[in-house]
Design a protein around this ligand. Structure first.
Ligand code: HEC
Length: 128
């Protein structure tokens, strides 16, 4: 009986351990895929991933934050979510982050695939 429980527990530990390994692996893969996109498209020339301000804002910890943007000259508060980030990449001059210059970033609408944009957004979510 004790032996059976021991085997069961070991099996359970192994299962939990595997679950962790899978999520760690997924995060490593996501980071690697996103970094490839950011590097090959030179996003990192203007954006840091460690919180430092460059020409553009850092991606670190932005997801879920409320920020101030100007749209058509009018200042408003928006939530950094999937919608905002997607628009920031495909239509960067629609909502301009307050404190940063307009017309610096070009549209990546015809440069990045929808899958690449999703990968970036998923990566920004875990970057904190
Ligand atoms: C020439 C410099 C430059 C390059 C290259 C550039 N950006 Fe930007 N980006 C900016 C600036 C400046 C802003 C802030 C002004 C604005 O809202 O457009 C910005 C804003 C953003 C935002 C909104 C972030 C926030 O916190 O509000 C995202 C997301 C973004 N860029 C993604 C990208 C991605 C992805 C790439 C590469 C595919 C890229 N950028 C390339 C300059 C750049």
């Amino acid at each position: 009986m004790i032996k059976k429980i021991a085997i069961l527990c070991a099996g359970l530990l192994c299962f939990v351990g595997n679950l962790y390994a899978v999520t760690d692996g997924n995060m490593a893969k996501l980071t690697q895929d996103a970094m490839e996109i950011l590097e090959s498209n030179r996003c990192l020339v203007c954006h840091a991933i460690d919180g430092k301000k460059k020409v553009g804002p850092s991606y670190f910890g932005v997801y879920g934050k409320k920020i101030k943007v100007k749209e058509g000259g009018v200042e408003k508060e928006v939530l950094v979510d999937d919608r905002y980030l997607k628009d920031a990449i495909i239509e960067p001059n629609k909502e301009i982050l307050v404190g940063y210059p307009a017309n610096m970033m070009k549209s990546y609408k015809d440069i990045l695939t929808p899958e690449e944009i999703s990968t970036l957004i998923e990566y920004f979510k875990i970057l904190k």
